[in-house]
Write a protein that binds this ligand. Structure first.
Ligand code: ACM
Length: 264
């Protein structure tokens, strides 16, 4: 299966422009054979909000909002699965830092995830995710989703892997330098593939680090983006490696766990 990240520079509070730039990059990934394409966190709106009103201006419902509509249409037309970060407003007006999953099957809407671990000033605008960590079985792959700062908590990737994820889609807006080094270890300790789709550029003085990363269950970096350019990374992966949790002829990384010693 070919999997991909789209590394892009969203323009702040300009969703229409961001849809068209994302579309160009998604088409490039699909032309290169990608079947699962991951976009950054908040790819449609930008990240560095100053007020709740700013978020409200651009947040949409999922699935009944323009961003999900945009992703569904492209998924259907190109025959690809998409995972992309967006600001969600629910029916009660609560805001979430969410990700949408769409695909070329059924209605095209597959599901959503709401970021569990909010980073820094996100807490001023967004409610913490209340849906837990979710794995979407698309028939082709079992896709787990987490967003950016979730990586800092190994429990996020572990929970997704224990729930059966073979690939972890990780829309991001990274500002600290560590995740490109840490994600191959998340992939190794859970024997999954990980796709971190990060953004580039600067917003109100906040610089994003790029370096989108696809990592393998053997901790290999299969693709890594630059620090400052928009680009697409596409890699062919063998999901059977992620399904096999045996480390050698004796050790099995899930069956060897000793959860009775993990609680405080
Ligand atoms: C982050 O969670 N966007 C750093």
């Amino acid at each position: 299966m070919k999997i991909a990240y789209v590394q892009m520079e969203p323009l702040f509070l300009e969703p229409e422009r961001n849809y068209s730039r994302a579309e160009e990059l998604i088409r490039e990934a699909a032309d290169r054979g990608a079947e699962l394409i991951v976009l950054p966190e908040l790819f449609d709106t930008g990240y560095n909000f100053e007020s709740r009103e700013e978020v409200e201006e651009v947040a949409g419902e999922i699935p009944d909002g323009p961003t999900t509509e945009f992703l569904m249409e492209l998924s259907r037309e190109l025959g690809v699965f998409l995972v992309a970060g967006t600001a969600e407003k629910d029916e009660k007006g609560r805001l979430y830092n969410s990700a949408v999953v769409t695909g070329p099957i059924g209605s095209s809407y597959i599901g959503k995830y709401r970021k569990v671990h909010l980073f820094h000033r996100e807490r001023l605008f967004f409610s913490p995710g209340d849906l837990g960590f979710r794995v979407f079985n698309t028939g082709t792959a079992k896709i787990g989703v987490m967003i950016c700062f979730d990586w800092f908590f190994p429990e996020s990737a572990r929970t997704l892997a224990l729930k059966g994820a073979e690939v972890i889609a990780h829309p991001s807006n990274l500002v600290m330098p560590y995740a490109p080094r840490a994600m191959p270890i998340r992939a190794l300790e859970n024997r999954v593939y990980t796709i971190t789709a990060n953004r580039v550029g600067e917003e109100r003085g906040l610089r994003f680090i790029g370096k989108s990363t696809i990592a393998s269950p053997r901790a290999e970096v299969l693709a890594m983006g630059s620090e400052d350019s928009e680009e697409v990374g596409v890699v062919d992966v063998d999901l059977s490696v992620a399904r096999d949790k045996r480390l050698n002829d004796i050790n099995h990384i899930f069956r060897d766990r000793r959860p009775e010693f993990y609680s405080l």
